[in-house]
Design a protein around this ligand. Structure first.
Ligand SMILES: CC(C)(COP(=O)(O)OP(=O)(O)OC[C@H]1O[C@@H](n2cnc3c(N)ncnc32)[C@H](O)[C@@H]1OP(=O)(O)O)[C@@H](O)C(=O)NCCC(=O)NCCS
Length: 216
């Protein structure tokens, strides 16, 4: 059992819930089951944990526990009308974060194991400036993983607003002390080059966790 991470990364408008996917024995609603038909056991556990966490968090915002969170053709969750959220999982931990659409426009969270980002992946994940920054750090691999996770959180945050896939070089991330700033390098839907999104991160208990929010 790990300590919850994400409540420390989000604003007061966001409800979070976290669980070990192995400990969730069922809990999918019938409308959610098709999405996971025939999938491997680990994947079923992760998908189920994401839905269960989301439902528990949404219940605190007044959403009925019988409301399904279906999956779109693009694999993104379809949140109940008037709500937004984000789901993330690793093999051993799962989290969901949700909010009312009136408080936030969008939200993205990501969880990764805190193992170093392999140098072979730096070029694919990082812009030249990011690589230059990483090379000067004593714990470059770990901070590379924070960069990677921040980009995944930004991706999940922008997607509901743009419906667009983003390559890893589409944004450049600057990591601060517990926070990050992501600057768009290309136009993506409403986001022009230079547009900034900010987020928070922590590295704890073998995980890198990141979150980013767009205020309404
Ligand atoms: C979709 C993606 C973000 C998932 O991230 P991941 O680290 O592999 O996996 P996570 O466990 O953190 O997240 C998976 C969850 O993300 C959610 N998700 C999937 N597609 C999504 C999308 N387009 N938008 C928002 N959320 C999405 C789902 O809830 C999924 O869980 P579920 O299938 O159980 O419901 C990732 O695989 C991806 O395609 N990234 C695109 C490339 C990228 O990140 N570029 C960076 C640009 S700056």
């Amino acid at each position: 059992m790990h300590k919850p991470l994400f409540h420390r990364l989000v604003s007061k408008d966001v409800e979070t819930e976290e669980v070990d996917p192995h400990s969730v024995g069922g809990g999918l609603l019938s409308a959610e089951r098709d999405a996971i038909q025939g999938a491997a056991q680990t994947r079923v556990e992760q998908f189920t944990a994401g839905r269960v966490c989301s439902r528990l968090a949404l219940a605190r915002l007044g959403v009925a526990a019988t409301t399904p969170i279906e999956r779109g053709e693009d694999r993104a969750p379809i949140w109940p009308r008037g709500f937004i959220g984000s789901i993330t999982h690793t093999d051993t931990w799962c989290a969901a974060a949700v909010a009312r659409l009136g408080e936030l426009r969008s939200l993205g969270i990501d969880l990764e194991s805190a193992t170093p980002l392999k140098e072979a992946l730096w070029r694919r994940v990082c812009t030249p400036d990011e690589r230059e920054w990483l090379r000067e750090l004593p714990d470059a691999g770990r901070m590379g993983k924070v960069l990677f996770s921040a980009k995944e959180a930004v991706y999940k945050c922008q997607y509901p607003l743009t419906s667009q896939f983003l390559g890893f070089h589409a944004v450049q991330v600057e990591i601060g002390d517990g926070s990050f700033r992501a600057v768009f390098r290309q136009e993506v839907g409403e986001f022009k080059p230079g547009h900034e999104m900010t987020g928070r991160y922590l590295v704890e208990d073998g995980f890198v966790a990141t979150a980013c929010e767009l205020r309404a």
